[in-house]
Design a protein around this ligand. Structure first.
Ligand SMILES: Nc1ncnc2c1ncn2[C@@H]1O[C@H](COP(=O)(O)OP(=O)(O)O)[C@@H](O)[C@H]1O
Ligand SMILES: [Mg+2]
Length: 332
């Protein structure tokens, strides 16, 4: 008697759970996914086995399932009902868990990207307005007000950089960044990069020098993306170097690539930080004011850019005496 009650409760719970899994799948549009379907089939088989179990208690009902043959019934119950059920369930989880995780990842990405896009427009307007007022074109203002406004200006500038960096990394990670690859003279690109960063060098009192021993040649790149990589490496080199030091930029030839090296005489990078350096938002020390102002996204973006243009990036460093960052791009 107790057998029947307990087995019925078990079958009831399994049936309820099946109904629940089915409902969730329907609501979230998961039922079409292979993994989810396996989970439903698996659970149904387990329910089938469980129901067969109950019929054991009614000899007279046995003909309904399998005509009087208890061995066949046991086979159906234990093998088909339970074993196949669990195997299907397991296969379902194998398929579905990674797909489900990917889905969550893409929802997260989408959220970050939408939020950043929405932030950019008002932010650009705020930044523009503050800049205009701070320039004094709308009339002079008391020096205390000017000071406060300058703080607002610096911070909104920083926020704009951050939002743009987040949008870039999101595009790169989802493979939506477009590259306009064209053969370009590497020396010309480097001279432009040094020119564009000279204000940065002045700010940190660091000199950028293009080595006379550089080889010349053509690389296949998107010029704007190349600049983005150089801007980051040059600004890092300046930020992390002592005043009045030089940063040397040099081109060498690897097998099928040209290698750009940016060598600074800065503080170097501690060993513990090496595995994190190309990770998003990683900064060895963001408290020091000489180094502040970054987002920790520069190297993560640079790595993606270099790799998606067919190259690789790396570094060697000696704590206390300096760091080389290099990247290779395909020569044409
Ligand atoms: N040339 C360098 N010398 C020493 N440390 C560096 C150098 N370049 C990068 N780093 C370290 O790597 C971190 C990440 O760099 P990056 O991704 O460009 O972010 P950010 O410049 O915004 O700090 C820096 O915060 C710094 O700790
Ligand atoms: Mg940087």
């Amino acid at each position: 008697m107790w057998d029947i009650v307990l087995e019925s409760i078990r079958a009831g719970i399994i049936a309820l759970m099946l109904f629940y899994i089915w409902q969730i799948g329907k609501e979230r549009g998961l039922n079409m996914q292979k993994g989810w379907r396996f989970i439903i089939y698996g659970w149904s088989f387990i329910l089938f086995g469980s129901v067969l179990d109950i019929t054991d208690n009614f000899e007279s009902l046995n003909w309904l399932i399998v005509v009087g043959d208890t061995e066949t019934e046991a086979f159906l119950e234990k093998f088909v009902g339970l074993l196949v059920g669990y195997v299907l369930l397991f296969i379902g989880f194998l398929f579905w868990l990674p797909a489900g995780a990917r889905k969550i990842e893409s929802i997260k990405r989408e959220f970050v990207s939408t939020a950043s896009h929405e932030l950019r427009t008002p932010l650009t307007a705020i930044y523009g307005s503050i800049k205009l007022v701070a320039s004094g074109k709308l009339g002079e203002m008391p020096s205390k007000a000017k000071e406060t406004l300058d703080i607002a200006l610096r911070n909104s500038e920083r926020l704009t950089l951050l939002v743009n960096d987040i949008l870039d990394i999101e595009k790169l990670e989802s493979g939506k960044m477009e590259f306009d690859l064209k053969p370009q003279k590497i020396i010309k690109l480097l001279n432009e990069a040094i020119e564009a960063n000279s204000y940065y060098g002045e700010k940190y009192k660091v000199h950028y020098i293009l080595s006379q021993d550089s080889v010349s040649g053509m690389i296949n790149v998107d010029a704007n993306r190349f600049m983005q990589i150089m801007n980051n490496l040059l600004s890092n080199a300046a930020k992390f170097s002592p005043e009045n030091s030089t940063v040397e930029i040099k081109v060498t030839r690897q097998k099928e690539h040209l290698r750009v090296t940016v060598k600074d005489k800065g503080m170097g990078i501690e060993e513990e930080f090496h595995p994190l350096i190309f990770e998003k938002f990683s900064q060895a020390d963001s408290t020091d004011s000489r180094h502040s102002g970054g987002t920790g996204l520069g190297l993560a973006i640079s790595k993606q850019l270099v790799e998606q243009m067919g190259g690789k990036i790396g570094f060697t460093t000696t704590v206390g005496s300096g760091t080389y960052f290099y990247f290779d791009l395909p020569e044409v």
